[in-house]
Design a protein around this ligand. Structure first.
Ligand code: UD1
Length: 320
């Protein structure tokens, strides 16, 4: 495996990070997880305890000493630890800057000091800002509309600069709307977990605005695959890639599909548009296809069925 044996996943107890950890362990890597459990959950790692090569460290990405300790001896770092809520970033932009930018810079610097081979960054489509009806390409103008988007943009620029200046092999992945099992359900969670949980309670989905706003929903296991490709691809170094499904779905279509799949006899309810809501956010994934060989495998229908099954089993486990 290109000589990599030990990897670090920051934010490894989170929704996306924990799926990545499962896959890495499954493929025989030694995996160190750094998580402060501010939004990560111990139960996301329940399949990992006792497995060979699994190490969990509770700590903050801003803490130089703890980061130094976990990065030592590691070949590849997947940096997913972040404050991920847009509304939280609006309420507390300074904190989000501190964690998302300061934390990223801290981890990057230690990676250079220690001689890590590769650094894969969890970026966001939030760096693009408002869309104009065409799928986003990596070289589009970047115009974030939230402090969260700015923090992710700063993080990815640091990655690129660390490659140019220090030669650290960084790869930036811009995630679109990721969904799947273990996604948090709460007031700030993604629309899919909110709609599924409302339908499980027999309540209609509430659509903000006319429901014609569109998103690119990408299943978490496809995102994990993109991370694997980013770890190994030679040509990915210093680059940035959209990670989406390449398909657009309106919120009306999503609500209709979930109602059908869950067999609940309700109709969506319409409510006021959400302040600052982006109308159009879809990914052009041709660069990821070409350079990484990325091909999303899970259709929205299949991914939703798996997510519904998980929420049914874990129903009632609400965390904000
Ligand atoms: C998502 C990300 C955010 C990222 C942004 C980039 C999540 C939770 N958020 O925000 O981190 O910065 O993409 O553009 O993944 N909706 C309803 N009813 C609901 C909930 C939502 O109609 O009950 C609508 C929203 O108004 C929105 C769409 O569904 O139009 C998607 O909302 P959401 O899942 O919160 O994600 P984004 O706003 O796209």
């Amino acid at each position: 495996m290109r000589g990599y044996s030990r990897v670090l996943v920051t934010g490894g107890a989170g929704f996306i990070g924990s799926h990545l950890v499962d896959r890495l362990l499954g493929e025989g890597f030694e995996v160190v997880v750094l998580d402060d459990f501010s939004s990560g959950r111990m139960e996301n790692l329940s399949g990992c305890f006792g497995r060979d090569g699994f190490v969990l460290v509770r700590g903050d990405v801003r803490d130089r000493d703890v980061v130094r300790k976990v990065v030592e001896g590691v070949d590849v770092v997947f940096h997913l630890a972040a404050l991920v809520s847009v509304p939280v970033s609006v309420e507390n932009p300074v904190l989000v800057e501190d964690v998302n930018v300061g934390g990223t810079l801290n981890v990057l610097k230690v990676c250079v000091d220690v001689g890590v081979k590769r650094f894969v960054f969890a970026g966001s489509c939030a760096v693009y800002g408002e869309g104009h009806g065409v799928p986003r390409r990596e070289d589009d103008v970047l115009d974030p509309i939230s402090p969260y988007g700015v923090s992710k943009l700063a993080g990815e620029f640091y990655c690129r600069v660390f490659y140019r200046v220090y030669g650290l092999e960084t790869v930036v992945l811009r995630y679109f709307n990721v969904y799947g099992p273990r996604q948090v359900y709460g007031p700030y969670s993604g629309v899919i977990s909110i709609f599924i949980n409302r339908l499980l309670e027999g309540r209609p989905p509430v659509i903000f605005g006319d429901g014609n706003q569109v998103r690119d929903f990408v299943y978490v296991k496809d995102v994990v695959e993109a991370n694997f490709l980013a770890m190994f691809s030679k040509n990915a170094v210093g680059e940035v890639f959209n990670v989406g499904s390449g398909r657009c779905t309106s919120i009306n279509e999503l609500a209709g599909l979930l109602i059908e799949l869950m067999g609940v006899d309700v109709k969506p309810v319409y409510s006021d548009p959400r302040l600052g809501d982006i109308r159009y956010s879809c990914a052009d994934i041709s660069r990821a296809r070409k350079v990484l060989g990325f091909e999303p495998k899970v259709s929205l229908r299949e991914g939703l069925l798996e997510t519904i099954a998980w929420f049914k089993e874990n129903y009632g486990r609400k965390t904000a």
